[in-house]
Design a protein around this ligand. Sequence first.
Ligand SMILES: Cc1cc2nc3c(=O)[nH]c(=O)nc-3n(C[C@H](O)[C@H](O)[C@H](O)COP(=O)(O)OP(=O)(O)OC[C@H]3O[C@@H](n4cnc5c(N)ncnc54)[C@H](O)[C@@H]3O)c2cc1C
Length: 478
Amino acid sequence: MTNTDAHDPQRTTGGDDHRPARRVVVIGGSLAGLLAAQALAGHAGTVTVVERDRYPDGPGHRSGVPQDRHTHVLLESGQQAMETLLPGILDEMREHGARRVGTPGDICQWQNGRWFRRTPATTHFLSASRGLTDWVVRRRVLAGSRIETVQGAEVTGLVGDARRVRGVRLRERGAAAGRQEERVLEADLVVDASGRSSRAPAWLAAIGAEAPHEERLETGLAYSTRFYRAAAGVADGAALGVYIVPNPDQPLGGLLLPLEDDRWIVTLSGLRGSEPPTDEAGFLDFTARLPHPLLHDWLRKAEPVSAAHGFRGTANVRRRYDRPGRRPAGFLATGEALCAFNPIYGQGMSVAALSAVALQDALADPRRTPTTHRVQQALSAAARQAWDISAGADKNMPGATGNVLRPRAVDRPADWYMKRLQERACGNPEVGAVFRDVLSLIAPASALFAPAVARAVLFGPEPEAPVEPPLQQETPAA
Ligand SMILES: Cc1cc2nc3c(=O)[nH]c(=O)nc-3n(C[C@H](O)[C@H](O)[C@H](O)COP(=O)(O)OP(=O)(O)OC[C@H]3O[C@@H](n4cnc5c(N)ncnc54)[C@H](O)[C@@H]3O)c2cc1C
């Protein structure tokens, strides 16, 4: 379990550092917190998840996860990681109605002025409401006897000093909160999984430690999402989804996907100044401004089954806990508390799962003492590729702001290469497959530069791609 040793660059304390943690507290019981708890359960005496909400009984909305009203796809890497942590979880999700959607075969996807050819799928993502995903995961994780929850309680600070964290302070929420004293929950290890608005940097400063440097890149992207039932016959149509991918020249996005219970979810996106509306007429009108009327036509015939909800606050934020600093032993950050992404790339849940696997692996590694610093490095590494994709693409978006915008010498040729690659991904199934594998976080970014891909990108002509949405899948070549 996480401790410090003589070689730990963060080692600032002695005493009980070599003993495994007996008590772990995880701050935040959303996906990153629950999956981290699952990874920790085999390595600690008790794991307590402190969650400020009270969990709903079923797959309902939760105010602590306001983004749960919006599209949440689980990438292939996230599926694999969840299955590693909770064997059988994917079957469970599908039994409850989660849909397996193949790309490019099942989707009409517009990108850079072209439609992707609908050749047979090479990767699949899971499409389910966020409430369903959370509920299935939560039931499985909390079924074990080693993980307990304190619900309806908010962590308000850390206990300890710059050398070692020894627990958290928490306060009950709700009607009686005014009369409630703060209490302390002692722990040998505290894991911050409280999401993108984590207050851990301030809590660390309050105990005399150093807050992490924060990298930030923001496009002002806003979402508006509404649930629907498809018009009769449409649900049986040839495509399982429509995706209009925004880019620097065309910053409006639209996504239609099937969900459990015969529902469909439509998420619209726009950058600062062209945020999608949440009123009935405005929502529909926005789809008429997309580069093709496919989604607009679908919506006009469909039956809305919810109001539209908006979401802002989608900046990429990376807290550099991996960098040296005066930081205490016994404190880790994971999930969006560590690294939050522009949601348009659909990565956060997958990174939460990949991070939990990285945590499990780091704790089980017989060759190295899992010091705080080493385990934090592993968690930060698990988020790196997703960050490079998200921040890398967003820096070219109009009006992007932040402290990681400074162009580097390598950016120009890399941007040129990526533009050519994307132009070829729609019409060249091999290039498209590698592109999707990298975006799904199942292949490293270096796969984009493999000889066959590089040849097609550097020397190949831009292949033909449909100019109208391909309403039927292509049949596989014999
Ligand atoms: C609009 C939108 C769309 C998204 N779409 C996708 C997608 O398609 N695919 C995907 O993989 N990801 C997506 N994401 C990202 C995804 O929602 C997160 O990555 C995922 O929820 C994991 O985050 P988390 O567990 O770190 O934090 P969160 O889910 O934000 O949860 C933080 C938890 O901590 C609790 N908490 C906070 N402070 C305290 C405190 N002081 N004390 C106790 N509890 C506390 C909260 O109540 C909450 O339960 C999207 C995000 C947004 C905003």
